[in-house]
Design a protein around this ligand. Structure first.
Ligand code: BV8
Ligand code: ZN
Length: 299
């Protein structure tokens, strides 16, 4: 197309898409104040987050791992969705998506994030649309979104899961146990280099309300099986447009999806702050903050 910019070329490709999938990572929530995993050299007390997000770390030092998740839960509870979350939420509503992709049949968000901000953005959008549809006398009820459009493949930070029985439920209580609040107070600055570590006895860590055993955060750790794998595989198989937003694409299997879409002829658009060696295979690369780039592409 003469004189078209990369943005025009992307919008044109997006317009012709039928099955759209977004793969999101920590960069999507950065503008909401949620630290990413690999920026700034160590997310918490300069400890490597990926060394804490393992079953081994938890069985060895449940007190430290719970303090890490207490810190992240507290951050997430204060966080609000940002404009990038809101754009993705709008894409989950057929009436909006049809405006920018008239041929679209399905939309899915596969998120590596556990902060639930994408769900919060979609909930507030559908509530607003429902109230508008009531006022426009279309009758009550939420405007439909694409079915099962958000897949939280690494779990949910507010879920509390038992280490012994099959109890697992959302609990936004903060702190989850008084001892976690006290320990937190000892670390005014989370960059504290892990010194003066407070060792919370297991009996004062979050316990399962059903059987009393030690509870754990309901997230997927390294070496554990992510959620919704089969569903995600069939979504990826059918997708003809994949947006990769705010992820270093270092964690498998999430990092494999974009190029599986491309391998069967789909397009890949990367939205990232930092360039990554995988970008050269993308059809479109938009460098910058997703919370400003996405609204500029989808006004
Ligand atoms: C599995 C939940 C198989 C917890 C997370 C060797 C030994 C053992 C395992 C492996 C191994 N080699 C490979 C593996 C597999 C392993 C893996 O990939 N390891 C990596 C480290 C090599 N994967 C697994 O173990 C997975 N499970 O494979 O199971 C299996 C199958 C069947 C049955 C049994 C088992 C499970 C992985 C899940 C781990 N849990 N999180 C928690 O959150 O605490 S992963 C963690 O990393 C987060 O979910 C995070 O989202 C994810 C990926 O990181 P990113 O999201 O990409 O974040 P990052 O900071 O890296 O990057 C942010 C990006 O955003 C940057 O590029 C930055 O520039 C950009 N950015 C910043 N600001 C902005 C921005 N972009 C745009 N706008 C901005 N404003
Ligand atoms: Zn239990």
């Amino acid at each position: 197309m003469s004189g078209s910019t990369p943005a025009d070329a992307f919008r044109e490709a997006f317009r012709n898409s039928k099955h759209i999938v977004v793969i999101a990572g920590a960069g999507l929530s950065a503008a909401s104040g949620i630290p990413t995993f690999r920026d700034g050299g160590g997310m918490w007390r300069s400890l490597d987050a990926t060394a804490l997000a393992t079953p081994e770390a938890f069985s060895e030092n449940p007190s430290l791992v719970w303090q890490f998740y207490h810190y992240r839960r507290t951050k997430a509870l204060k966080a609000k969705p940002n404009p990038a979350h809101e754009i993705i939420a709008k894409m989950s509503v057929p009436s909006y998506l049809k405006k920018v992709a008239p041929a679209a049949k399905t939309f899915h968000l596969v998120t590596q994030n556990v902060d639930r901000l994408s769900v919060a953005a979609l909930d507030s959008l559908t509530e607003r649309l429902a109230s508008e549809s009531v006022s426009a006398s279309d009758g009550p009820g939420k405007r439909a979104t694409f079915p099962n459009c958000i897949l939280e493949m690494h779990g949910r930070i507010y879920d509390v899961k038992c280490t012994a029985c099959d109890y697992c439920a959302e609990d936004r209580t903060d702190p989850l146990s008084p001892a976690l609040g006290t320990a937190d107070a000892l670390f005014t600055d989370y960059h504290d280099a892990g010194s003066r570590e407070v060792n919370i006895p297991a009996e004062d860590l979050p316990r399962c309300p059903a059987c009393g055993a030690l509870a754990r955060p309901g997230v997927v750790w390294f070496g554990e099986k992510p959620y919704h794998l089969d569903e995600i595989n069939s979504i990826v198989y059918k997708a003809d447009m994949c947006l990769v937003i705010g992820t270093s694409s270092t964690v498998r299997p999430a990092s494999t999806y974009a190029y599986r879409v491309q391998r069967h002829g789909g397009k890949v658009a990367v939205f990232n702050l930092d360039p990554s060696d995988k970008d050269e295979r993308a059809d479109f690369v938009f460098s910058g903050c997703c919370e400003t780039v996405l609204p500029s592409l989808f006004p």
